[in-house]
Write a protein that binds this ligand. Structure first.
Ligand code: GTP
Ligand code: SPV
Ligand code: MN
Length: 601
């Protein structure tokens, strides 16, 4: 099939990939409905995917990945820069020549008997000065159909590239044998290239997402003076109609999608407050002509965690999945071909197929201690389905950011919310994010680990240089820089229960954050930053649940725990970063010193 572009750089690279992988057939994805429908028909005929109930879930498909292939594989993810120092201590590194030499034989002829799909895609709105182009070649229809939801695919993507530019990210994906021992997710930032093999799951294979929009883009952003962050973007519309934009970085499965789509409590909606979603996972940020920081969401859909999503916790996410969505590794109700997952409702299907494919009695299966859906099962849903999608979603210039939030899962130590003294202190707070691990990556769940800026698995270069880039951006933005905050929805009481109701009630914290940005509310100056005065967190309607004693605990700065926290940060900076080649900016070490001094007072 003929190429969709005259761009010789694209065509030469695709020819090279064809020569390497030797597919029987090559199909360029033009993005037309006819072409995508034909692929849906083919995938459902071969059994790769399954049509769900087309009356209740029109256009929706189901897919199950291999049992060993259900999450990102951080131990098999590499950043291949010429020097090890440039990849830094948070990444697995291998010399690019060595990695190409290892992987090339694995790709040699890997698409024999298969079709290669060539997917041109844009990260960011077509025509946006912040958007970038990628081309992914893959032998998976599942990848094509997911990329069609998550990005802007097809001939239109080449509009941004033009006929001569060489500025596109080259993504090579082959399912091969889904062999976990030979699974590799490899970024070559200096070559604008990504090679992924032996996986068919989400973040490992939808190369526009974590591989490009975070790992490669963070490297480009450092060189080009912008930022690529693991952040949601939301707008809070106030009763007077003004919209304030906030971004938030939380580690995987720590609440970005939920916060991005929150429905405020009644005491806010009745006054006219509303939250608009611009993005739920990734933000690209660049200073605008007025000197403020502007954010676009490079994606075009949501790849969201299914378990726990229900009409109460996240109505807008659930509504987004009702048409033209893809469900991966959830359970099926065989009576009506609808989907189910833990936390959807209290009625697991009796006639169920669990995520591994076995037919089971749902309630009995659960009573035996099993899960019907994989904890990292996901929905892929078009952003346009979201009832609260921002009118600015496709704005090529993005939205101006007033506040940036960091957060993670911390059962103790970290209060509900606090504000950094300034950008440099905020950068320190970002560098100090740690969080209990989740099912979004393979490995143990619930283990506290450092996850700076929620970007540990996604920084495409030396973490110390990344922190230095944050500091440089702050200098460039000056007094127009967004204010920086830290939140923790996951603080627990002595009995192990979450103390803060979370979800929609997180609006109460956003409210305080916005008031701080507007200088409309005072704060308590503490050793760790500005904390809310108890009376400034609006508890209207939840007074029974969040008593003054509970709020006190939520806002407490426990000195002993913070002394431990600081000791751990010293150890982390010294042993995990500096001793392993991380170039920590002096200003951050000073912030740690100052924090220690303030706490000792
Ligand atoms: P990725 O897509 O992996 O980047 O995850 P995410 O950060 O978008 O996380 P998501 O919003 O999907 O939330 C993951 C899990 O966190 C959900 O299953 C929720 O149950 C839980 N969660 C989200 N927000 C809250 C909250 O405010 N409080 C509590 N207790 N749990 C929450
Ligand atoms: C994450 O793990 O942060 C995700 C899902 O958003 S994945 O695309 O698989 O990385
Ligand atoms: Mn994510």
């Amino acid at each position: 099939m003929a190429s969709l572009t005259k761009n010789p750089n694209v065509n030469a690279w695709v020819d090279e990939m064809i020569a390497l992988t030797k597919p029987d057939k090559v199909v360029w994805i033009d993005g037309s409905t006819e072409q995508l429908n034909a692929l849906r028909a083919e995938a459902t005929e071969t059994g790769e995917m399954t049509w769900l109930n087309q009356e209740e879930l029109p256009g929706c498909l189901y897919h199950r990945t291999a049992v060993n292939d259900v999450a990102r594989v951080e131990d098999r993810t590499f950043i291949c820069t010429k020097t090890k120092e440039d990849a830094g201590p948070t990444n697995n590194w291998c010399d690019p020549a060595e990695m190409y030499a290892k992987l090339t034989p694995m790709y040699d002829g890997v698409m024999k008997g298969r079709t290669m799909y060539v997917i041109p895609y844009s990260m960011g709105p077509i025509g946006s000065p912040l958007a970038k182009v990628g081309v992914e070649v893959t032998d998976s229809i599942y990848v094509v159909l997911n990329m069609d939801i998550m990005t802007r695919v097809g001939t239109r993507a080449f509009e941004n590239l033009g006929d001569t530019s060489n500025d596109f990210v080259r993504g090579l994906h082959a399912k091969a044998d889904i062999d976990p021992e030979n699974r590799y997710i490899v970024q070559f930032p200096e070559d604008n290239a990504i090679w992924s093999i032996n996986s068919g799951y989400g973040g490992n294979v939808l190369l526009g997402k974590k591989c490009f929009a975070l790992r490669i883009a963070s490297f480009q952003a450092k060189n080009e003076g912008w930022m690529a962050e693991h952040m949601l973007i939301l707008g809070v519309e106030k009763p007077d109609g003004e919209v304030k934009y906030i971004t938030a970085a939380f580690p995987s499965a720590c609440g970005k999608t939920n916060l991005a789509m929150l429905i405020p409590p009644v005491c806010y909606t009745e006054k006219g407050y509303k939250v608009w979603t611009v993005g739920d996972d990734i933000a690209w940020l660049k200073p605008g002509a007025d000197g403020r920081l502007y954010a676009i969401n490079p994606e075009n859909g949501f790849f969201g965690v299914a378990p726990g999503t229900n009409a109460k916790s996240n109505y807008n996410a659930l509504a987004s999945t009702k048409k033209n969505a893809i469900f991966t590794n959830v359970a099926i109700n065989n009576d009506d071909m609808t989907v189910w997952w833990e936390g959807l409702d209290k009625n697991p299907p009796v006639n169920a197929t669990e995520w591994k494919g076995a037919k089971v009695n749902g309630p009995e299966f659960i009573a035996e201690g099993n899960k019907l859906a994989h904890p990292n099962s996901r929905f892929t849903a078009p952003a346009e389905n979201c009832p609260c999608i921002s009118p600015e979603f496709n704005n090529p210039n993005g939205v101006p950011v007033s506040a940036m939030i960091f957060g993670g899962r911390r059962e103790k130590t970290t209060p509900l919310v606090y504000q950094a003294f300034d950008w440099t202190h905020g950068t320190y707070i970002g560098s100090a994010v740690s969080s209990e691990t989740t099912a979004a990556a393979t490995g143990a769940v619930g283990v506290l680990r450092h996850d700076p800026m929620a970007m540990k698995p996604f920084i495409g270069y030396n973490v110390g240089d990344y922190w230095a880039h944050w500091l440089e951006m702050g200098e460039k933005l000056g007094d127009k820089a967004p204010k920086i905050f830290n939140v923790n929805w996951f603080k627990k009481d002595e009995n192990g229960n979450f103390m803060w109701p979370g979800f929609g009630d997180n609006m109460r914290v956003l409210d305080w954050i916005i008031k701080r940005c507007e200088d409309a509310v005072d704060a308590e100056e503490t050793a760790i930053g500005y904390l809310p005065k108890a009376e400034d967190i609006n508890l209207e309607g939840i007074e029974d649940e969040v008593t003054p004693e509970i709020l006190d605990k939520l806002l407490a700065v426990d000195k002993d725990l913070w002394v431990e926290e600081i000791a751990e940060m010293r150890r982390y900076y010294n042993d995990d970063i500096a001793a392993k080649g991380g170039r920590i900016p002096e200003a951050l070490i000073k912030e740690l010193d100052k924090l220690e001094e303030r706490l000792a007072k």
